[in-house]
Design a protein around this ligand. Structure first.
Ligand code: BTN
Length: 332
């Protein structure tokens, strides 16, 4: 759990301070109807998150580098009409957007005509693969999940997470971020540093249908506090491009790309994407070690992926396939 949570007072203050000009404490209390104590406590929480609010006596408070808040209309309109397919909910703060759609909070997922999507400005308990925590701060990332129904067995979904990686790479390439690549099964890397991740969780709905909650996190401009809490090399789009990219625009285009790939995945399976996926794989033809969940370590050379998305390795014992495991480079 993120030790810091942000309450609704803090969000209201931040929204007021988004204009980047000074607001006195009395103006804040008057506009928001909160007590001085509430304002002071909320500002302390904001500060602990690494958000820099300048406090100048006589002038008040100013947020010098405010975030660009997620905006439903921009997301729906870009690039085409995403409202045809999606029902999008934007939350200020939630434990995890995946939890939200797995547990079906609000019965929000029940409208079968639309694909439910939930995005959050801040996750207090963002989850990564293999039980890891997914660390982000307020508005410094794109963190969202969508829920998709499949009339298939769980086994038919084995290549799904790889296909989601393709959608993310395609969209980043569209924004001229060309050197992004994938690490099997679905990590998105730039220069050997993690830029984005995908967490897919499935649940059986009926005997013949299953739903997948597809959670995506893309780093936009992580603060030093967040970066140092991650404990491994990470990067973000600000570091890569030198620009503050528009989260709403990228989100809109990504949703539309995800819709395309999911439709094609349903129709044709992973085979349809295999060649493209291999072309993005950072480890194709490389000597690697694969750490299996049972602590076994396999050494081999990567030789593509199978039609179900499992990894092919040429090992000393011959060619073998793996559907789980974590790749690391083999030391020479
Ligand atoms: C990974 O370990 O690489 C997967 C990271 C997935 C993070 C995203 S952020 C949105 C969604 N909600 C979560 O709690 N996790 C996923």
């Amino acid at each position: 759990m993120n030790p810091i949570s942000i309450n609704s007072e803090a969000f209201s203050i931040l929204r007021l301070l988004t204009d980047g000009v000074f607001h006195t404490e009395s103006a804040l209390t008057k506009q928001l109807g909160y007590s001085d104590v509430n304002i002071t406590n909320a500002l302390k929480d904001i500060n602990r998150l690494g958000i820099e609010i300048i406090n100048l006596s006589g002038y008040g408070y100013c947020w010098r580098n405010p975030i660009l808040w997620l905006n439903l209309n921009s997301i729906l309109e870009n690039p085409a009409d995403n409202s045809k397919y999606y029902h999008i909910k934007i939350l200020d703060s939630i434990d995890s957007t995946n939890n939200y759609l797995i547990n079906g909070i609000d019965g929000y997922y029940c409208n079968n005509n639309y694909i439910p999507v939930v995005a959050a400005e801040f996750q207090t308990n963002g989850r990564g693969r293999q039980g890891h925590t997914w660390h982000t701060g307020l508005g410094d990332s794109l963190t969202f999940s969508l829920r998709w129904y499949f009339e298939k067995n769980a086994s038919a979904l084995s290549g799904l997470s790889l296909v989601i990686g393709i959608a993310i790479v395609r969209v980043l390439k569209y924004f001229s971020i060309s050197d992004v690549n994938l690490k099997w099964p679905n990590d998105i890397y730039y220069n050997s540093q993690k830029l984005a991740g995908v967490l897919i969780e499935t649940r059986r709905e009926t005997l013949t249908s299953i739903f997948a909650v597809i959670g995506i996190g893309i780093n936009f401009n992580l603060s030093e506090i967040v970066k140092s809490s991650i404990g491994r090399k990470v990067t973000d789009l600000l570091e890569i491009t030198g620009k503050c990219l528009n989260r709403n625009l990228i989100f809109g285009i990504l949703l539309s790309e995800l819709h395309d790939v999911l439709i094609n995945f349903e129709k044709y399976g992973f085979t349809y994407f295999k060649k493209e996926w291999i072309s993005y794989h950072a480890y194709e033809g490389k000597s690697i070690t694969l750490n299996l969940p049972n602590n076994c370590v396999i050494e081999g050379t990567v030789d593509g992926v199978n039609n179900d998305g499992s990894l092919c390795l040429i090992t000393s014992m011959g060619r073998a396939s793996f559907s789980v495991g974590a790749i690391s480079m083999r030391m020479k």
